[in-house]
Design a protein around this ligand. Structure first.
Ligand code: DAK
Length: 258
């Protein structure tokens, strides 16, 4: 297992765990952390023994945004040409489902990082927001695009234009959060969700994620066509035969990820 400076990684069964670990900066995303996060996620994504990834932070912060102190003196050229945040684009494209387990602050790039994930489980302590406007910038890692798609234009506009934070309950009602759980249960619940996903057929899980992602990026008619093609193609898999035979024979399916 690779040793990292700003994250911790662990494999539990078929689940890869990534824990952001810069407590001195509330897990602010600096270039080292983004590079390490992208590396760890790519390694899990390339491993057929991993069926789901959990991404979490600390009790106090999932991530309080990009590292403002590292970013403050940058020029426009540096922000584009030497952009360390390209690693987050790679992270957002992993084919393995990612469960974000969010406690405490998920602000700015931290909220945007959570929004690259497929499922967001929030502790009742979680706070979400896009406070960039208070720093004299705007969200730059997807907040102006993913947040309106998640919670609607008007609520997203209020958050982006004022910098106000939402608590976990408001985020759940708005549709940003899959489910809120007591803080003490967050990691256990995230583990249960991840285990449930990792117990399914891996190629089918990849297909489901790809079709879900298409819903965010294509028209409904293109998405429906894509879904139908993917659905039909899954009948080439041994796991489709096994899943349906298991139903008929009233037993649990034994997926081989083939
Ligand atoms: N960056 C650096 N350090 C941070 C930080 C951050 N985002 N957030 C917290 N810290 C540090 C604090 O400076 C403090 O360090 P010391 O002073 O002890 O050395 C330590 O973490 C504890 O924080 P506080 O003392 O402030 O703790 P409080 O409980 O009082 O307050 C807070 C917690 C989360 C409300 C507060 O820390 C806060 O407001 N943090 C900043 C939140 C924020 O504005 N986030 C958005 C950042 S901007 C892009 C690249 C990046 C981005 C976009 C585009 N491209 C390449 C296209 C992303 C931008 C952002 O995310």
């Amino acid at each position: 297992m690779t040793e990292y400076a700003t994250i911790r990684t662990e494999t539990r069964g078929r689940v890869g765990w990534i824990t952001l670990d810069r407590p001195e900066a509330l897990n602010a995303l600096n270039s080292t952390l983004v590079t390490e996060l992208a590396h760890a996620a790519a390694a899990f994504d390339a491993d057929e023994g991993i069926g789901c990834i959990v991404l979490t932070g600390s009790d106090r912060a999932f991530a309080a945004g990009a590292d403002i102190k590292e970013m403050e003196a940058k020029t426009p050229r540096e922000m584009t040409m030497d952009n360390p945040f390209v690693g987050l684009e790679a992270f957002s494209r992993v084919r393995t489902p990612v469960v974000a387990a969010v406690a405490g602050y998920a602000l700015g790039g931290g909220c945007e990082l959570a929004m690259t994930c497929d499922i967001i489980l929030a502790a009742d302590t979680a706070k979400f927001g896009q406070p960039e406007i208070t720093l004299g910038v705007i969200p730059g890692l997807g907040g102006t695009q993913r947040l309106p798609r998640a919670i609607g234009y008007y609520k997203a506009a209020e958050l982006v234009l004022t910098g106000r934070m939402m608590d976990a309950g408001e985020a759940e009602r708005a549709g940003l959060v899959s489910r809120v759980v007591p803080a003490a249960d967050l990691l256990e619940e995230a583990g249960k969700v991840a285990d449930a996903i990792a117990g399914k057929s891996l190629p089918v899980v990849y297909a489901a994620k790809e079709a879900l992602r298409a819903s965010l990026e294509t028209t409904a008619s293109e998405g429906l066509r894509f879904e139908k093609q993917v659905f039909s193609s899954l009948f080439a898999l041994d796991d489709q035969k096994e899943g349906m035979a298991a139903f008929r024979e009233k037993r649990a399916a034994d997926f081989r990820h083939r």
